[in-house]
Ligand binder design. Sequence first.
Ligand SMILES: Nc1nc2c(ncn2[C@@H]2O[C@H](COP(=O)(O)OP(=O)(O)O)[C@@H](O)[C@H]2O)c(=O)[nH]1
Ligand SMILES: [Mg+2]
Length: 195
Amino acid sequence: MAFTNYKTQEINCKVIYFGAANSGKTANLRSIYTKTSPEFHAQELELGKEPGPTAYFDFLPVSLGKVRDFHLKLHLYTFPVRQREGLLTDFLLQGIDGLIFVVDSQIDALVDNLDAYSAMKSMIDRHRLNFGELPRVVQYNKRDMSNALPVDFLRHEFNPAGNPEHEAVAVQSVGTMETLQALGRQILERLSQNS
Ligand SMILES: Nc1nc2c(ncn2[C@@H]2O[C@H](COP(=O)(O)OP(=O)(O)O)[C@@H](O)[C@H]2O)c(=O)[nH]1
Ligand SMILES: [Mg+2]
């Protein structure tokens, strides 16, 4: 749940990147880190040094700028998909304000994507979060790969509800900021409806 600190005039929101192992979640955070100017970095971060599966989770706090008189801070986490229950899952899912599902567009990754998508939905159900109401964005990543499936096909599988979506090449920082901004907009709309 978004946390507003009136003293420091900050709205803090929690955002989770879901997706199959190797879909590019850490690559998204790296890209966001390089795209946000240093003065907006709430603190230095230590993202996994090696590419590949993330053992625990990545965390990156970023500021998306000012909304009215408040600074919007997004706390970005990547969700290690092998982790499906337990304390870490509870901690990560508690109080989330929005989610980004990262699809690896490659044909060979389809089964892993489908598996991650259904795992995400059932985790959200188990934590009694309403999947239909959570601000969310679907990202079709790795669009640079020659074996990428057509977006129409991926949309049918991973975005049947027609939520905001973006194509991306996370390692080239293409589409990563747009994905996050699309989510930020939905989170703000939600906050203004509830206030
Ligand atoms: N070609 C290409 N490779 C990517 C892209 N995004 C991520 N990768 C690579 O895919 C691998 C897994 O990415 P990573 O961010 O570690 O995946 P995670 O397990 O979801 O955190 C790494 O080797 C990345 O360099 C992309 O858009 N295009
Ligand atoms: Mg990772």
